[in-house]
Each structure stands twice: as C-alpha cells, then as structure tokens.
Design a binder for this molecule. Structure first.
Ligand code: SF4
Ligand code: SF4
Ligand code: FES
Length: 284
C-alpha cells in the first residue's frame, strides 16, 4: 500500500490534508519527529504541538500533522510520511521507534505513552532498515530472509490434495504462536547482532535475525513443510545463520506477539547440530 501521508488511500490511514480542525483536546502533546526526505538525504528534527482528545493513537496524531504541518516555531513543513495498513497490530507495517522503543504506531495510545499535559513523544524510523522517507522504512530484507529459508509449505498443485497429514494438538499450539509473526521488525531493531547492511552481497552474509529463524522452526514443524527442513537448516548453518546469535535475548523481550524467539533459536540450533551429524554420517 502507499505509505505517503499525502496520498494514503486506505480508509482510516488517509492523511490527505483535508481533515477538519482537531476537536477540543484535554491536554497538549508535543511530537518530536525525525524527518528525512529520502534515501541518503540529511535528517532533521521537527516539533509539532497540539491539543489531543482521549483515545487517540500515534497514527491519528500523524494524520492531524498531515492536515496542518506547521511546527512549533511557526514554520510550514510537509506531511510526515509513514506506512500502515491494518490499524489493528496485525500487519506490522506501521512499526517505528516511539520514545526509544520499536513498536506499532497504530496500537500506541497517547493516553498511555504521554498521559500528562505537555508530554513529548519522540518518533523515529527503525534504524536497522533503509529509510524511504521520514518514518517509512524498507522492510524487504525481512521478506528476502523468508525466501532464503523457504518459509512456505510446498504443494504440487491447486487440486484437492485430501485431508493432509494429522497434526498433534501440542505442535499445533506451538505453531499457532509462531505463526502470529507479523514481520514487524521489532526483534531485529533490538538485536545487537542484526545490522543495517545496504550492500546486497554483505546483506546475504550478515545475521538473518530471530524472525526468520523462528519462521524456519514454524515450517519445519509442519508435516508437509518439513520437506524443506534440510534446505532451511543448510541456510541457517551457513554465514549469517543461527550461530551468529549472541544470545542477548533482546528480541524476545520486545516481540509484540510474545513469540518465544529464544526457544526457536535454541530449537533450530539443536536441529542444525543433528542435521550436521546426519550429513556427516551420510558422507555429504
Ligand atoms: S538472542 Fe540472538 S536474535 Fe535475539 S536479540 Fe540476542 S543476538 Fe539477536
Ligand atoms: S518475531 Fe515478533 S518482533 Fe519479530 S518480526 Fe515477528 S512479530 Fe515482529
Ligand atoms: S497498521 Fe498494521 S500493525 Fe499497525
């Protein structure tokens, strides 16, 4: 979807400058926002301040700024650009660094993060992904990582394949939790081993991160998805794989979906060891 605050076309995410005057608020809140006009361009900080009503979130405040982009020193600026889609913490697109922590802006309620009159909220783009503009970053590295680990269940056609293999309820419960990953990037933003790498060759060899490792576990646990288990483990045993994890455990603390990322990393580490031993015995 379009992430430009001026051209956003999805329902409540629209920020086209035509919104009416903000309703009478209960208190003033300041927004200190890191601005950047495009890849490689210089960054600058701008501050906006206005009255807010109860129940607002960061996105509704960004929409107000888009409608009236005038800074606290009276300078007319441009609408802030950000990305979003679902507005219910499911797609991960609206992730940004809010008051120093990566999280979803659609579920960041102003009443919680800035409860007092005169509070300041700082908004920055995530630092581990290339900035496209303002708060909008390019998360394609995460989707590329999913391709690298073949994060899908292979089927050989769209005809009726029957009931499929039986699954144990315990495994289903674990897989359900793992499947809630929304590719938001919070775990990667918090990880000291995951680095912003713009060069594609270096990117392919730098640490893949907890998100992809956990998704490899998800698909390896699926009876049909396990057909690619060996390929996934080969990838995760290579450069940038599971052995690059420094076990800092930052990832698991910040995941908004409470995915047991360190359990996934440990599980993949054990599977990789077993895979390496079986390859050795097979002379591969
Ligand atoms: S446990 Fe591994 S993946 Fe998680 S934050 Fe630490 S280094 Fe990164
Ligand atoms: S594992 Fe959690 S923090 Fe990481 S991308 Fe998925 S949902 Fe986001
Ligand atoms: S807009 Fe989808 S998670 Fe916020």
């Amino acid at each position: 979807m379009t992430a430009n605050g001026t051209t956003e076309s999805s329902g409540a995410a629209r920020a086209n400058g035509s919104a009416s005057t903000p309703p009478a608020g209960t208190r003033k809140v300041r927004f200190r926002i890191k601005r950047c006009e495009g890849p490689g361009k210089l960054t600058r900080w701008e501050t906006f301040e206005f009255d807010i009503a109860r129940g607002e979130n960061v996105i509704s405040c960004l929409q107000r700024i888009a409608a009236h982009p005038v800074t606290t020193d009276g300078k007319r600026s441009t609408p802030v650009v950000w990305d979003c889609s679902c507005l219910e913490e499911v797609c991960g697109a609206c992730t940004m660094v809010i008051n120093g922590q990566a999280r979803q802006s659609c579920s960041a309620l102003i009443d919680v993060i800035a409860p007092n009159d005169g509070d300041t909220i700082t908004l920055e783009p995530m630092s581990k992904f290339p900035v496209i503009r303002d708060l909008w970053v390019d998360r394609s590295r995460m989707f590329d990582a999913l391709k690298r680990i073949k994060a899908w269940v292979p089927i050989d056609g769209l005809y009726d394949l029957g009931a499929g293999p039986r699954e144990r309820p315990d495994d289903q419960a674990v897989r359900y939790t793992l499947s809630e990953c929304m590719t938001c990037g919070c775990c990667l933003e918090a990880c000291p081993q995951f680095l912003l790498v713009e060069d594609e060759a270096a990117w392919a060899e730098s640490f893949i991160g907890a998100q992809a490792i956990s998704q490899a576990r998800l698909f390896n646990m699926h009876e049909t998805g396990a057909q690619f288990k060996g390929d996934r483990l080969d990838t995760l045993m290579g450069p940038g794989g599971v052995s690059d994890c420094g076990n800092a455990q930052n990832c698991v603390k910040v995941c908004p979906k409470h995915i047991p990322l360190t359990e996934s990393i440990a599980s993949i580490g054990r599977s990789a060891t077993a895979h390496a031993i079986s390859k050795w015995f097979a002379g591969k």
